[in-house]
Design a binder for this molecule. Structure first.
Ligand code: SF4
Ligand code: SF4
Length: 395
């Protein structure tokens, strides 16, 4: 496994980190046995950084179970988890959530602790007023936290101010070849590196858009240009090509993905992207920019919607209708409604309450975009027909 150095503490971190958020599931619950197989295989091949969060439903507990089942595993890995800041109203809440994370994980220390999803300087200032700096110092002294950092989904302009607002041990940003000028972007990556702050990368595949969802037309052009490269490998190689990147997180839920990512990580040294690969990225970037209308990554932070609208799947269907054709998008939209599970909710069920919008790290105007989804994919009478069909099928 390629190792990169955490320039703050000198640790050697695997270039590939395991994003536990997308652990495999079965019947709507995390499949701990399948997740365990993936984790053990990853660690055996050199992955030494596992990322989870308090807010990922059942995720810390699943990882804790895997660690408990495998004596010795804990000391082979760095564990990263995150403080859920919207729930923190007093300094005592910081203690409460860190303690719960430690308990769920069955460990006495978090190696990399992140303030989860800081979206603005104002959000950080609120935590400062609650005394987070002093609290973090005490936790580090007590050995409950190794390194302290933050994950970021705010704008490019706020990022340098946040970097300078505390003596951060690391930061985590969304970065991929479509997001060079989005959120922290390339400028943010370089700003962190200039300050000697290690950078962990999330969303290197933009929620899958740069992988299997790469528009068919882009793939065809790549083939016609005799550029034979796999979209996932290409996207990951682009991120690792930046010497400022310390580690790239990937949410792997199948052994095949793990195999491929490990193979890619081993070869993707800084500044190793070929001219042909760079050209392939230019082609893919142009196609994607034209066809993906809503920059939803499928993270699900906006859920649940009180009206049952499956927001990420609605946007996935909408984007599919441009990238792969209207019929395919329509098919996906009906699946997104939940009709197959005996209930059906459509974009038109949105009552514009706005509850989802403030939770979206991509700052998508969800109610407005759902109107676009409805206009494009919801042919007149569709909800009635689908609901009638659902009633018939579930009799
Ligand atoms: S604005 Fe619409 S989609 Fe968002 S939570 Fe409210 S009803 Fe659901
Ligand atoms: S709309 Fe926003 S919060 Fe919801 S899944 Fe998409 S990116 Fe995540």
């Amino acid at each position: 496994m390629q190792l990169r150095t955490d320039c703050k503490n000198g640790k050697k971190l695997s270039a590939l980190g395991f994003g536990c958020m997308r652990f495999p599931t079965s019947g709507g619950r995390i499949d701990v046995d399948a997740s365990e197989k993936l984790i053990l295989s990853a660690v055996q091949r050199g992955v030494n950084y596992l990322d989870t969060a308090y807010a990922y439903n059942g995720n810390e507990a699943a990882l804790g179970e895997i660690l408990a089942r495998n004596p010795g595993l804990r000391d082979k890995v760095n564990i990263a988890t995150k403080l859920p800041i919207p729930r923190c109203q007093t300094q005592d809440d910081f203690d409460t959530y860190l303690s719960r994370s430690l308990e769920r994980l069955g460990t006495d220390r978090v190696d990399y602790y992140l303030i989860h999803n800081v979206t603005s300087v104002g959000a950080w200032e609120r935590l400062e007023e609650l005394g987070i700096k002093e609290w973090a110092r005490r936790q580090k002294e007590a050995g409950r936290i190794g390194q302290i950092g933050f994950s970021y989904h705010g704008c490019e302009a706020d990022f340098p101010t946040l970097l300078d607002s505390y003596d951060w041990d690391f930061c985590q940003i969304q970065y991929n070849y479509m997001n060079e000028h989005y959120q922290a972007g390339t400028a943010g990556l370089k700003a962190a590196a200039e300050r000697g702050i290690p950078v962990i990368i999330m969303e290197p595949l933009l929620g899958g858009k740069l992988a299997s969802e790469l528009p068919a037309a882009a793939q065809t052009v790549l083939e016609q240009a005799n550029i034979s490269t796999d979209p996932v490998r290409l996207a990951l190689r682009w991120v690792w090509n930046h010497p400022e990147v310390t580690l790239v997180l990937s949410g792997m839920n199948a052994m095949q993905q793990l195999d491929q990512n490990i193979e890619t990580a081993n070869a993707a040294l800084p500044c190793s992207l070929t001219a042909e690969e760079a050209r392939a990225i230019e082609i893919a970037r142009a196609f994607i920019a034209e066809r993906y209308k809503v920059p939803c990554t499928g993270c699900g932070y906006c859920l649940p919607c009180p009206k049952g609208v499956n927001i990420p799947m609605c946007f996935a269907a909408y984007n599919t209708s441009f990238a792969h054709g209207w019929y395919q998008g329509m098919h996906q939209y009906i699946a997104a409604s939940g009709a197959m599970e005996g209930k059906a909710h459509f974009a038109s069920d949105c009552v514009q309450c706005g509850a989802c919008q403030k939770k979206c790290p991509q700052h998508i105007d969800i109610p407005k975009e759902l109107i676009s989804v409805k206009r494009r994919l919801q042919v007149p009478g569709l909800p009635s027909i689908v609901r009638l069909g659902t009633r018939f099928m579930t009799r």
